[in-house]
Ligand binder design. Sequence first.
Ligand code: GLC
Length: 452
Amino acid sequence: MHPDLSPSLPVIPEVCAELWTSAVRVLDANWAGDHTVPSRTLHPHQRSWDTAFTAIGLAYVNQPRAWRDLGSLFAAQWPDGRVPHIAFDPDTPEDAHFPGPRFWNVPAYAGRPALSSTGLVQPPLHALAAWEVYRHAAAHGADAVQQARTELDRLYPRLVAQQEYLGDRRDAGGGGLASIVHPWESGLDDSPAWDEALAAVPANPGPPARAVSGATHPPADTDHARYAGLVLDYQDGGYSDTGLAERHAFVVECPGFNAVTATAELALAQIAGVLGHPSEARRHRERARDVTAAIGRRLWNPETRTFHARDVRTGRLSPAHCVSGLLPLMLPDLEPDRVDGILAELRSERFGLPAPSHDRTAREVDGRRYWRGPVWIDVNWLLRRGLLVHGRRDDAEELRRRLVRLAHRNGHFEYFHPEEGGGLGTSAFSRTAALCLDLLADRSAPAYARAA
Ligand code: GLC
C-alpha cells in the first residue's frame, strides 16, 4: 500500500498549519461573489451538495460567507421545494460546462429567470451544514451568533420544504424512501451502483454525448447518451414527479442519498430545538427514525450483509458493493446487526480506510474513473461521522489522520487513487479544502452519538 494510505502516523503541527493555509487559499480562490464554485475549471457553477460541504469548512474561517453561500443556493429553490443540483451563474458561458443551461431548458420560476438552474436534486446535506455553521458561530463572537440565529430562522422553512419534496413527491416506490431519477442526483455520478438500472435505459441518440469539459476520466459514451436522455425525458414531463415509477426509465432508491435525508431530519431536529419549536423537533426525530427503518427494510441484503441501491421499477437490489452502501452508518437508530454488517464490510478487503468509492476486489473496479474506484474525501468525511455516531472513535481518528495526510501530500484534489494515493480530477476542489478544515479542527461526535 502507498505510504499516503498507510496506517497510524501522527499528524504533525507543521502539516496541519500548511494544510489549513492551503485549504483557505482554495476556498478564497473559488469564491465567486455570492457563492463558492466547486472548481474554477471543471465545475464553474454553484452545486447543491458541494455548497453544503463547503459551508462546513467556511464555518471556521468565514461565517458570513458560509451563510451567503447557503442563501444563494436556496434562492434557486423551486416552488415545489426541490433544491436544484446546479444553480447556473448567468455570466458563465453556455459551453463552459456540459450540459449547460440551454440544455436543461428550465422555465422561469419563483422570480428566477428561465435557464437559471437544473431540475435535478442532490443529497440534502444542507440542514446538517446549517447546523454545523451555527454550532461554530460562538467561536466568532456575539455578532456571529446573532447572525447564525437569524440565518437559521430564515433557512428552516426552506430546509423543511426541501425534505417534504423528497419525502412526498420523490417517494416513487411508496415505501418511505426518496428515489433519484438520474445518477447525477446521487452525488456519486458514475458509480457501478447504477449499472444494472442504467442498462435498461435507452441510449438517446439525439443529444450531443459530450463529456463534461475538462474531465480527465469521463464516462463511456453510451452512459453519457443515457444520462442526457434521462434529462430530456424528465424535462419532457415538465420535471414533474407524478407517476415516475411507471413512466421514467431510471427510478432508484440509493442508501447514501436516503442516509443523508435521514441525517437532515436529525439536524432539523437540532435546529428546531434552537428556534424554540419542540414539537417540530420531535416530528423531525420521528421522521429520521422512519427513514432509517425504511432503509433497513428496503435496501439491506441479508446475504451480503450490507446496503445496496434498489431499482424501483424491477424491485431488484444492485449487486454492486459501493461506498454509498456504507453511508447508513451515519444513522444512530440503525439496528446493531446492520451496524455490524457495515463495519465488517468497511474493514474487509473490499474497502478499508479510507474507503474507495467501489469494492477494491470487483472485476470492474477502476482506480482512476469517476466514482468507480477512487477515494473521495467527502464521502469518507460522512463515513467518519458514522463511525463517531456509533462510538468507533479509534477508527474515526485513524480515518481522520489518513485523510489529512492524503490531502497534505497531494493537494486539494477532487479524488485520489485508492492504491497509489495520487490526486485526480480537478486540483483546487472546494469540497476537499473545506472538509480538511473540519478534519483539522473538530474531533467532537454528533450530539446524538451512541456511547462506545
Ligand atoms: C461531480 C460529482 C458530484 C459533484 C460535482 C461537482 O459531478 O460526482 O458529486 O457535486 O461533480 O463537484
